[in-house]
Design a protein around this ligand. Structure first.
Ligand SMILES: Nc1ncnc2c1ncn2[C@@H]1O[C@H](COP(=O)(O)OP(=O)(O)OP(=O)(O)O)[C@@H](O)[C@H]1O
Length: 299
């Protein structure tokens, strides 16, 4: 389990994190989103033991992370800007990891050669940006970490490689209960991977929800009636958004699915479709409800 308890962190006059508390269960994949400068990288670095909070602490499996060698051997952090020793090849770097991570799995490293078709004798710094990111994942997944912390992880990877890496992460979560924390600006990307999403805004965690709860609690409905319905159609059901496109009306509704269908059917609809919402749409309506414009938060 990963825990952040009341963490605040300032850089000179900038309050990067303000009393952030969050908990990520073992085997969970947690997506952290937020606008530029929201504090995502700072939070990830505190968990990776790179920074220490001014107040509060980061814990993994109940142990404090900062300056804890035992815990650090179980964590891999892939930062947004990668760093490799300048003269090291993939093979050298693998040997380096082997010495640091007791869980290093040479067999897996060999197997993953087919997924990341890169010459292991090549100097990493001579590889392209995307290939370097592939190497970072190759090494990380061969080290079999208990905790994987990723900052904008898929940036620079081509679409095929993005899918491959996502599948490999999901496989490790399913097979050996790896816990993952991912920071990203891309909700569509996170939708495939995460079970929980948190939004960080100006250093504070303003929303945190399980994806399933989000998806089962909010519905998009397209409905059209033979005749104009006078007066309100829905009673005692919270409508988050409503618009008309010709004779078709669109509703975004929270909860009450069966009751909503019953009330619509009373008016004899010719169209009654319940459509899937993207995670992005869900957040637009959710955040609208608590007074933030999502555009300012995510993009
Ligand atoms: N080493 C540092 N020195 C001074 N200020 C810093 C440092 N690191 C971060 N900050 C400041 O802290 C705030 C949070 O930065 P952080 O990098 O955590 O945001 P972020 O959410 O990761 O942003 P982005 O999406 O742009 O990567 C910003 O105002 C940033 O300028």
């Amino acid at each position: 389990m990963i825990e952040i308890k009341g963490v605040s962190k300032s850089f000179e006059d900038v309050k990067a994190l303000k009393e952030v508390t969050l908990r990520i269960n073992k085997g969970s994949v947690y997506g952290l989103i937020g606008s530029n400068g929201a504090g995502k990288t700072t939070l990830l670095k505190i968990l990776a033991g790179v920074y220490q909070g001014d107040e509060g602490k980061g814990y993994m499996a109940g142990q404090e992370v900062f300056e804890n060698v035992e815990i650090k051997a179980k964590v891999i952090f892939i930062p947004d800007t990668l760093y490799f020793f300048s003269t090291y090849s993939v093979r050298d770097m693998a040997n380096f990891y082997k010495n640091i991570y007791p869980t290093w799995n040479q067999e897996r490293f060999e197997k993953l050669k087919t997924a990341f078709d890169i010459d292991i004798n090549k100097k990493i710094n001579r590889l392209s940006k995307g290939m370097q990111r592939q190497v970072a994942f190759w090494l990380a997944l061969s080290a079999m970490p208990e905790y994987l912390i990723l900052d904008e992880p898929l940036d620079g990877l081509d679409p095929v490689m993005r899918q491959k890496v996502k599948n490999l992460i999901i496989q490790d979560v399913a097979e050996r209960n790896m816990t993952v924390l991912i920071s990203s600006h891309n909700l569509r990307e996170l939708e495939d991977l995460c079970d929980t999403i948190g939004i960080l805004h100006r250093g504070a965690l303003i929303l945190e929800k399980e994806l399933d709860d989000l998806k089962s609690d909010i519905h998009k409905v397209q409905v059209a009636f033979k005749q104009e319905v006078s007066g309100p159609i829905l009673q005692d059901i919270p409508v988050l958004y409503e618009e008309s496109r010709g004779s078709v009306r669109l509703f975004i509704i929270r909860g009450h699915k069966e009751e909503m269908i019953r009330q619509f059917k009373k008016h004899d609809p010719v169209i009654l479709d319940i459509l899937p919402l993207t995670l992005e749409e869900i957040f637009i309506y959710e955040m609208g409800g608590i007074g933030y414009a999502i555009e300012n938060v995510i993009f």
